[in-house]
Write a protein of this length. Structure first.
Length: 155
C-alpha cells in the first residue's frame, strides 16, 4: 500500500483505549472518553457548553456528533485488530435520528466485516436509552495489516 498510515506510536502509549483517546488532540478537545472497556467498548462524549450547535433548543452540534461517531468507529477498529496503524476513513454516512440534548452521549461500534484491507463498521449513539439512538453511522475504513499477521480466514 502506498498510502501513508499514521503509526499508533504517534499517539503515545496505547495500553488502553483511554490512553489512545488522550493521545488524539481532537478527542481531548471534544471530551471523548471511555465509559466501558470491553470487547465492544462504549465511548462517552462528556457534555460541555462548547458542544451546543443550536442554543434555542439547546442541541448538540451535528458535526460534533458525527466526529464522535467516526472516532468511536476508528477506536473500536484499533482495539479489535492487531494493526499498528490508525485506520483511514474511506467513506462514512451519518443518520441524525433525534436532537442531541445537553447531556452526556454514548456510542458503541460493531464491526460488521473485517477483511484484510477494508473494514465495515456500524455505530450508534444514544443519551439515556440505547434503544433510542440519537444518531447512527456506517463507514468503510482502510486498514493496514501487520507484516507478520496471519492471512484472514476465508468466509
Amino acid at each position: 500500500m502506498s498510502e501513508q498510515f499514521d503509526p499508533l506510536s504517534h499517539f503515545g502509549e496505547v495500553a488502553s483505549l483511554q490512553a489512545l483517546l488522550e493521545g488524539i488532540p481532537y478527542a481531548r478537545l471534544l471530551g471523548i472518553g471511555v465509559a466501558e472497556e470491553t470487547d465492544s467498548p462504549v465511548l462517552v462524549l462528556r457534555f460541555h457548553d462548547d458542544l451546543i450547535g443550536n442554543v434555542r433548543l439547546p442541541a448538540l452540534h451535528g458535526g460534533v456528533i458525527g466526529a464522535f461517531l467516526e472516532t468511536t468507529a476508528l477506536v473500536t477498529l484499533v482495539w479489535n485488530s492487531e494493526s499498528e496503524y490508525l485506520p483511514k476513513t474511506i467513506d462514512i454516512t451519518f443518520e441524525y435520528l433525534r436532537s442531541g440534548r445537553p447531556r452526556d452521549t454514548y456510542a458503541r461500534a460493531v464491526i460488521t466485516k473485517h477483511g484484510r484491507r477494508v473494514a465495515n463498521v456500524r455505530v450508534e449513539a444514544w443519551q439515556e436509552d440505547p434503544a433510542r439512538p440519537i444518531a447512527a453511522a456506517h463507514g468503510h475504513f482502510l486498514i493496514k495489516p501487520r507484516e507478520d499477521a496471519a492471512p484472514p480466514r476465508p468466509g
